[in-house]
Design a protein around this ligand. Sequence first.
Ligand SMILES: [Zn+2]
Ligand SMILES: [Zn+2]
Length: 241
Amino acid sequence: MTLDTTGVLPMMAALVTLHAVRYLLAAGGAWLFFWSWKSNPWTKAKRLQAVDFTRADVLREVWTSLRSALVFGTLFGVVYAGLPIVKLEQKGVGAALEFSAWLLFLLVVHDTYFYWAHRFAHHPRVYGWLHSVHHQSRNPSPFAALSFGTLDAVVQVVWAVPIVRFVPVPSLVWLVFSFLAIAINVMGHCGVEPWPVSWQRHPVLKWLNFATMHNQHHLQVRGNYGLYSSAWDRWMGTLLS
Ligand SMILES: [Zn+2]
Ligand SMILES: [Zn+2]
């Protein structure tokens, strides 16, 4: 597989813009819904920390997140340039099944990768220079979703590079996955538990990862390393109680 270098810069520009705009829409939307409407009864009843966000925290989160969008777009500009669009092979119901199977594949791979990379990032030998930027937010706002140091931002997405290059995941699945990923990420940082608390004890739904769990991760700076599910935390004994 050869790389068409003539398309690298336009692809980078397009992907940096996509990542930045998508982040601003997702985080900004969550901010408007949960936090700009001061008397929002949902937020009043279900906010996770009593303290308010500081202006300095939010500005830092926006800046470091936009920097991550720049890193993501630059990296994937190189990776995607010259690659053809991969279409679904099936039609009708078969296409829906094919789409769902690929989407589940990406969610499972990313969930597993994220748990172990995140757990590694908390090792005392690497935490300070790799992951501490994300934890400058002890009370994260929705804007903290992509708030990473530059190297941490690379670690966040590098798992996708060999899959993009060597696994024929349809382009539409990647697009939907990337929107889903930022939506779930923002939800994990929205400062409010959007789902009923009873779900955290439900025999099936408890396997999801909840905003409550990730907020606890920011408070305690350990445990609850999961992203989409709490499965690895449960299996490896890192779930905070
Ligand atoms: Zn962490
Ligand atoms: Zn976080």
